[in-house]
Structure formats: C-alpha cells, structure tokens
Design a protein around this ligand. Sequence first.
Ligand code: ADP
Length: 452
Amino acid sequence: MGIWKRYKQHIKNNFCLDQIPINDIYYWKTRLFANAIIYTLPLSLIAYIPGVYYSWRLGLYSLVLIDTLAVLLIFLIGFLPTLSLQLRKALFVFCVYFIAVTFVWLIGTSGPGLLYMLAASYFCILIFPNQYAFYPAFINLAICLLTAIIISMNILPWKESPTHNVSEWFAVCTNLIFLGFISSALIPRVFNSLDRALRMEQEMRIERDRQNLMLEKTLEDLKVKNQELEQFAFIASHDLQEPLRMITSFLGQIEKKYGDILDDKGRQYIYFASDGAKRMRQIILDLLEYSRIDQTQFKPEFVDIGLLMDEICILHSKTIEEKSASIHYQDLPVIHHYRAPLFQVLQNLISNALKYSHPDRKPDITVSAIWKDKAWVISVQDNGIGIEHAYFDKIFVLFERLHSKHEYGGTGMGLAIVKKVMDSLQERIWVESENGQGAIFHFTIEPIGSEV
Ligand code: ADP
C-alpha cells in the first residue's frame, strides 16, 4: 500500500468509521470530517508556510505561534488514537474558531478572520448532528458582540485602522451573522432529505430481502410438491399395472372361451374394452417413464450420437420398413454426456417423425448437428404433416395432443417427457415448422467436462 493510502487508512481507523452503520447520515457526516482532516493536514501547509514566513518578517510572532499551534492541533486530532470522535470534532471546530478569532483580533477585518469564522460554522453544521446546526450561528453572533465590546474598549492592536469603531465593525460582521444563520437553516435540509432517501433505500432493501426469502421458500415448497407429485405418479402408475394386467388377461379369457357364443356386438364390445386397456397400459408406461426422469442416477460417458441413431433405427425397423422411410445421419458428434436421456430424447423425436408422416409422401428424416455457442445443436427434420405455429408450445405440455387417437395413436406424453428431460439437463428444445410442410425439432447439448 502506498504512503497516501496508508495515511488515509490510519486516520479512518482512528475515527472508527466502521462502527457506524453506513445507512446512517451520521456515518456520512463523520466520513466527511475524516476526509476534511485527511486533506486539511497536507493542504494547511499552503496557508501555513507563507503565513509563518510573512508574519515572521513583519514581526507578528504571536501569529507564527498560533499558526503552528493550529497545525499541531489538527495533527493531534488526526493521529492521537485515544481521542473520542466527539472530542476530535469539537477540537477541530474549536481550532478553526481559534484561528478565526485571533486573526480578527490581531489583524482586523482586512485579515482572513471572518472567512475562517464562516468556515468554522460550515464545518460545525456539516460534521455535527442536525440538531446542533444553529449553534455556530449563535457562536458567530457571540464572537461578533464580544469583539464589538473589545473594540469599544480600545485594546485591539488594529485600533489605528479605519474600521476601528463599533458601527463599522457591525456593518462588516452582520454579513457573517446573516450567512451563518442562513446556512444553519438551509444545509440541514439537504441532510434531512439525504437521511430520508437513505432510510427509504434501507426499507426497500429489507423488503427485497424479505421477498427473496419468500421466493426461496416458495421454490423449496414447489420442489417438495413436485417430488411428491412425481412420487405419486410413480406409485399410481406402478400399482395400476397389476389390476390392468388382470383386466386384459380376463378379457382375453372371455374372448377365447366365449368368443364363439358371442354375437358380433359382444365381440365388438370386447375388442373396444381390450383396445382401451391397451391404451391405458401405454399411458401408464409413459407416466412411469415421465416420473422416473432423474439425471442424478446417470454417469457421463462419451456418447456417439451416430451409434445411438443406429440403435434407434433398429428399434423402429418395422415401422421404417412398413412406411418405406429413409433416415439420414452422417458425421454426428461424440458428446461427453449422459447416454440414457440422449437416447430417450432422440428416440421420441424419431418415433414422432415416423408417426406424423404425410399421407402423400414417404417419410424422409434427417438428423444433423452443428457446434454453436459452446454447445451442440442437434436437429431432427422430417417431411411430415408439420405443426401450426400456434401449437409450438402446447405440444410440449403433458397429455396435449393435436390429433384424435383415430388419426394417430399416442398418449400425448412423448414430447412432455422430452421437455422434462431437457429441463432437467438445463438444455433447450424448440420446434420450427410450417403446417403440412414437415417439422424440425432442435435441441442443445452442452458437453459435460471435456469435448472430443
Ligand atoms: P403423442 O405423439 O403421443 O400424441 P407427443 O407429446 O409426442 O404425443 O406429441 C404431441 C403432439 O405434437 C402430437 O399429438 C402431434 O400432434 C404433435 N407432433 C409431435 N411431433 C410431431 C412431428 N414430428 N410432426 C408433426 N406433429 C408432431
């Protein structure tokens, strides 16, 4: 630390600034006082050196003594560690008044005495609490009256000067008295406004902290509720499987045993019931998958997206063959990430691209990847039926479907699962599409740790 910084720090430490709350106006007044001392000490030499030099040459040795005493006193105010803050302030104001009075009494109105008196009253208003603001104005009045008495007693050294009479003295000093009172009345108003602003700021900070706390609590509650809900979905879907298995198996038994004696209507009813049970099973399986999304159980590994696509194509080979679909993917990256969620997302998107194909054309699907802003953006493009702009957000919501089960089968959970996976990975997914013109789903994947 440089000398100047150390010097400033030393004086600030002596003034115990850190013990006053920063949002209190008194802190700022004391800080101003500390700075006044910090700058007065070196700058006082500007007045001290020529003052002492000329006083010495003019034989005004008492002025030399007073100047030296004043500088010494300011030095002690700044450096004496044991003084209380109030005493330092009082000594400082006393020091300036002392210089002012001796200048007035030794040199008269032509000297800087009255100027110092005004400065003393300003310092007093600025560094002491507002309730003492009028004290310096009355001190000025008292000093001026005392000086008038002394002038009338004819004992001042400037008795030969032209202003050496009481009425001329009053003509000069009333200006000082006037300025003193007007400053005492006006300057505290500025501090009062500042005080109000500081208090308001503090209240706002307290309110903001309170709201942040509430928000944190709400978030925590929400997390707990979410976990409870997922737990509920898991238990419900898990436990529903058993009775559903019974329904399906007994429906099968009825069909096998009594199929021959049932009429067409009866067989149709059994078909509807089995179909409903099948769809319900799919919903339950999807719900289970949805509630099990939790990335904490996975470990990152180097995932070759091309190999992942190979697996997905094998998984969907039947549909690909049936629909004569072509799936293109080349130069896909190897990403250090969790394998299972990446598979889940891609698998769902490819499954939809195959499912929502256009009746007039064979499905043509392209998977590509580009590196952008420290992440891979993987895109799955199809030439299917496309999606209207209005549904771009809706399709990611649980159970939201744009078609009836007769048009396209499904549970409305595929994209909700994808979205949940993406959210839990803190990645993004979005869609671009024109109705009837196919769709492109993009999602980002930021590699975990190193990139290959
Ligand atoms: P599901 O396919 O079971 O209905 P999803 O959540 O996978 O549920 O999809 C929600 C809706 O988004 C679908 O009903 C469908 O209308 C629309 N959709 C999804 N993928 C595509 C796609 N590739 N092309 C056109 N529409 C799509």
